[in-house]
Ligand binder design. Structure first.
Ligand SMILES: *Cc1c(COP(=O)(O)O)cnc(C)c1O
Length: 367
């Protein structure tokens, strides 16, 4: 049993280590066969046609925004209750980030709020599957179709989750989905991410933006020649990261089951206000936020007891950088009220039953 607990951590075993070591001893550390294998495995798991592995989810969101064609003079709508990248990717391409308030029960963007913020300049929606629970994608797809918008799912929390019987990442209700494999997320490659899509055209654009905007086709395949047709980046994943991802993906269902057990345990033992799961969702929970009256006080008392908890999230529109777009405190009351009270408890598969009893005991001492 540990004495200190963070809110999330990676779960690696000897198979994962061996998979990485194998690649380190092979011919290709990057641009080799493991990246393709990992991409195919993600397609297989999610049901999406195409997958592009990238260096992190922020890079994935950036190339998804580029592939969508979003540009200066246009707007994209996302959630204020998210990590910075969901909104920053809109700024990366020079467009204006617009927010739509959340549903307080799920922490997810409220589809009803989205329509209020649509203007003739709106081009893209970036719903974020907060804590692992899918947004109401049928409703979001309906709005997107009506207004001719591209949908990019930020599924950094969402791998392993289901929505209406489809896997998050299947892109059944969107154009692209972006996953993160940072160590606090559900499966890890150290740093890493992936973008899935069912469109060949988007896939080709994503591949080009991942690698300098360089294309090699036709007669060029037979020579040293290549052509740079747009301005791209180096957002590639390495082969040893992909090998770790492949090994982790095999354990995803086990991780999901354990995460749900932990959530059920907290619900039953703590009986504190927590997120509500909708009927359409079968979430692979990434976070377990509770809501407390004096969050600052709770945070420090928990820390004194060896619980290093985290707050998800400071509403993005309240960040100093976002003031240039005219946002201020009070603009999104549900997200702001949510932020005032939320704090995420430890949630990761390697927590033992004894760990959970200990964590619950310490939390009850604080309350
Ligand atoms: C972690 C996270 C990201 C960024 O992921 P990286 O892989 O660290 O770039 C983006 N969006 C959300 C909602 C996240 O939680």
């Amino acid at each position: 049993m540990r004495t200190n607990y963070g809110y999330g951590r990676q779960c690696l075993d000897e198979d994962d280590v061996a998979a990485v070591v194998d690649v380190l001893k092979s011919d290709f550390l990057t641009c080799g066969p493991k990246v393709k294998e990992f991409e195919q495995a993600i397609c297989c798991y999610t049901g999406a046609k195409y997958c592009v592995a990238v260096s992190n989810a922020t890079a994935g969101l950036h190339i998804a925004a580029l592939a969508s064609g979003l540009q200066k003079g246009e707007e994209a709508i996302t959630s204020p209750n998210t990590f910075l990248s969901s909104a920053n990717c809109i700024c990366f391409v020079g467009a204006k980030p617009v927010f739509a308030d959340i549903d307080a029960e799920t922490g997810n963007i409220d589809a009803k709020e989205i329509e209020k913020h649509i203007t003739p300049k709106t081009k893209v929606l970036v719903p974020v599957h907060f804590a692992g629970q899918s947004c109401d994608m049928r409703e979001i797809a309906r709005i997107a179709k009506k207004h001719n918008l591209v949908v990019i799912e930020d599924a950094a929390h969402g791998i392993g989750s289901d929505y209406c019987g489809t896997k998050v990442g299947s892109c059944a209700y969107s154009d692209m989905t972006v996953f993160s494999f940072h160590p606090v997320k559900t499966i890890t490659t150290g740093e890493g991410g992936a973008v899935t899509t069912n469109s060949k055209e988007l896939y080709d654009r994503l591949c080009a933006f991942r690698a300098h905007g360089v294309h090699k086709d036709g007669a060029m395949l037979n020579t040293w020649e290549y052509e740079m047709r747009e301005l791209g980046f180096n957002y590639r994943m390495t082969d040893f990261q992909a090998a770790l991802g492949l090994s982790q993906l095999k354990k995803l269902e086990k991780f999901k089951a354990r995460r749900r057990q932990i959530v059920d345990f907290y619900n039953k033992e703590l009986k504190l206000p927590h997120l509500i799961e909708k009927d359409f969702s079968n979430a692979c929970f990434h976070l377990y936020p509770i809501f407390v009256d004096n969050r600052r006080d709770f945070y420090f008392k928990a820390r004194d007891k060896g619980l290093n908890l985290q707050v998800h999230y400071i509403p993005v529109h309240t960040q100093p950088y976002y003031r240039q777009f005219g946002y201020k405190k009070g603009d999104y009351p549900n997200a702001e009220n949510y932020y005032e009270h939320c704090i995420s408890l430890p949630l990761y598969p390697s927590l033992t039953d004894d760990d959970l009893v200990e964590i619950v005991k310490r939390i009850k001492e604080i309350l």
